[in-house]
Design a protein around this ligand. Structure first.
Ligand code: ATP
Ligand code: ZN
Length: 283
């Protein structure tokens, strides 16, 4: 079978998590920082290490079959690629921000003003949607210093914690779009078996990440209350303990309702609750 090529970021915010995801899928490869391409020893896949901006284009042209990249970059480069799987990392929001003492407070106030950004396409689409006419100033980096230098009235930039904005005397006032890392693919991979296998592995890793393995002890009389609270992948496993009248319950629960459930389990008589990470879940 012909190898597939997947493009991931060479270095930067998505590199480590992309590498980790592929490794968690059981792929065995050397993460050479110096080489552009590496071959996976135990899977029909080659990994290309690229600048994130180049990834959608490579996939669109079919130089790479697959890629892992932020939605913001896909939209900015206007590439025609297929969204195969949301990956749940690299989450961030593209926001509009102005100086703390700026008179700009609502979107309409941006009419006739200038906005500095590294995302002119996304910003233009957004402003068009709201019928706002502003002057977009393309800057490739350090956008947050533009208002202070008198280069622009506002900025549109990626914010995760807001710390950079704050230290530059800026405050966000509107969200333009949210983004996360996505697995993208070129056209024509519909029946590809390697992709099918890879997707299945990725989904099982993602599912496992949202799940915890829980073991707890409970007195037999309280077991019905506990099993009612736990509807895991299947019904929980119940094992007798050496102490008479007590059992251990094993199950998996979703990360989302984790804290809520743990407290309810405690009130229902659960003791010695042990929570462990899950590596993979094969459905
Ligand atoms: P490259 O050298 O590959 O061009 P870059 O400097 O353009 O890298 P990074 O800063 O590494 O890009 O960000 C890569 C992606 O990570 C972004 O496009 C975005 O999708 C995501 N991301 C998540 N959080 C943030 C953040 N706080 N700031 C910037 N990008 C973020
Ligand atoms: Zn980039």
């Amino acid at each position: 079978m012909k190898n597939l090529k997947i493009a991931i970021q060479k270095s930067g915010r998505l590199n480590e998590k992309s590498v980790q995801l592929l490794k968690n899928c059981g792929l065995d490869f050397e993460n050479y920082k110096s080489s552009l391409i590496t071959t996976v020893a135990n899977f029909n896949l080659e990994i290309l290490f690229l600048r994130d901006d180049d990834i959608p284009g490579y996939v669109e042209q079919g130089i790479a079959d697959l890629g892992i990249v932020g939605e913001n970059v896909i939209e900015e480069t206007e590439s025609k690629v297929n969204y195969l799987q949301r990956l749940g990392f690299g989450k961030c929001t593209l926001k509009l921000a102005v100086a703390k003492d700026s008179p700009i407070a609502r979107l309409e106030d941006l009419n006739g003003k200038s906005i500095a950004t590294s995302y002119p396409v996304i910003l233009k689409n957004f402003l068009d949607d709201y019928k706002i006419q502003a002057d977009i100033q393309m800057i490739s980096g350090s956008v947050e210093i533009a208002p202070g230098l008198g280069l622009s009235d506002a900025i549109c930039d990626i914010v995760s914690t807001g710390g950079t904005l704050k230290s530059n005397g800026l405050q966000p006032f509107a969200d333009v779009r949210t983004s996360e890392a996505i697995l993208i693919g070129r056209d024509g991979l519909e029946d590809n078996e390697i992709l099918g296998e890879l997707l299945q592995r990725i989904q099982s890793v993602l599912l496992a990440k949202e799940t915890k393995y829980v073991v707890l002890n409970v007195e037999k009389v309280n077991l019905p209350k506990i099993t009612e609270l736990l509807h895991g992948v299947k019904s929980p496993t119940v094992v007798p303990l050496a102490e008479d009248g007590w059992v251990a319950v094993h199950t998996v629960i979703s990360e989302d309702d984790f804290w809520g459930k743990i407290n309810k389990l405690k009130s229902a008589g659960a003791q010695g609750i042990v929570v462990m990470p899950v590596e993979k879940i094969i459905m």
